[in-house]
Ligand binder design. Structure first.
Ligand code: SAM
Length: 243
């Protein structure tokens, strides 16, 4: 039996979508950011060409090859063993990419070894992620950037569906948490584009309860979905100049 202490302080945040339906999550990942605005916004804030990248909560490694196309090195960090295996399989044969099993709170990485620490819809959801923020700061080089990409729970329609399933989610509290931690935040309006309606509805089914997924399907037409993200970045200061 799990003790209440352990249950109250989980090391790993369950992600039913990718844990239980990785094939559907792959379809979701392919549909996301169909116009590329999120990648452009990220690149504007922290270009990774020729740099060392860490992707925390990398899941099955969907974004690792995309970073690897230009980065010097890429390390995916993921605590859930089955996803670690899938990520390793995905990047097998891709030079300069490694996948390590660990949570954000205990990065198996050297101090000052990364230029970009990236996390997409993983672990850094607001209050409670301070240990991961401290670890990211430790592994960043001076001048490096942490970039946290997350769904905007305050937006319509996607955020409305999120809050219908999780009324405890407080977008204003999340925003002020990251403000207090000196992040610059910006909204990025993306489009998810699916090959067919069946795929769109199947993905809604892994993101929401049956009731909310049915509502989301009713409120959506065609094969696209507007989804707003928050992109939060913080640059680690370079060495202080002394007089
Ligand atoms: C929704 S998935 C996103 C995966 C990936 N970033 C993507 O966009 O394809 C969230 C991931 O965070 C991972 N995760 C959960 N708890 C974590 C923790 N404490 N530290 C790092 N990652 C964690 C989950 O196992 C899951 O792979």
């Amino acid at each position: 039996m799990r003790s209440w202490r352990k249950a109250a302080r989980p090391q790993v945040t369950p992600s039913p979508n990718i844990w239980h339906w990785p094939e559907l999550f792959e379809i979701e990942n392919r549909a996301q950011d169909a116009t590329g605005v999120l990648w452009s916004a990220l690149r504007e804030r922290c270009d990774w060409a020729g740099r060392d990248v860490v992707d925390i909560g990398c899941g099955d490694g969907f974004h690792l090859p995309l970073f690897a196309a230009e980065a010097r090195s890429v390390i995916g960090v993921e605590p859930h063993q089955p996803l670690v295996e899938r990520a390793r399989h995905r990047v097998a044969g891709t030079p300069g990419v490694d996948v390590r099993q660990a949570p954000a709170q205990q990065l198996p990485l050297a101090d000052a070894s990364a230029d970009l620490v990236h996390a997409r819809t993983a672990y850094f959801f607001g209050p409670g992620c301070e240990p991961g923020l401290a670890e990211a700061e430790r592994v960043l080089r001076p001048g490096g950037t942490i970039a946290i990409v997350d769904l905007d729970a305050g937006s319509s329609p996607y955020g409305d569906w999120m809050r219908a399933d999780a009324p405890q989610v407080d977008p204003a509290a999340i925003e002020s948490f990251f403000q207090r931690h000196d992040f610059d935040s910006t909204s990025v309006d993306t489009l998810w584009r699916f090959d067919d309606r069946e795929s769109l509805e199947a993905v809604l089914g892994i993101e929401f309860s049956a009731k909310v997924a049915a509502r989301a399907a009713r409120e959506t037409t065609g094969c696209t979905l507007p989804v707003r993200y928050r992109l939060r970045t913080r640059r680690k200061p370079t060495t202080l100049l002394t007089p």
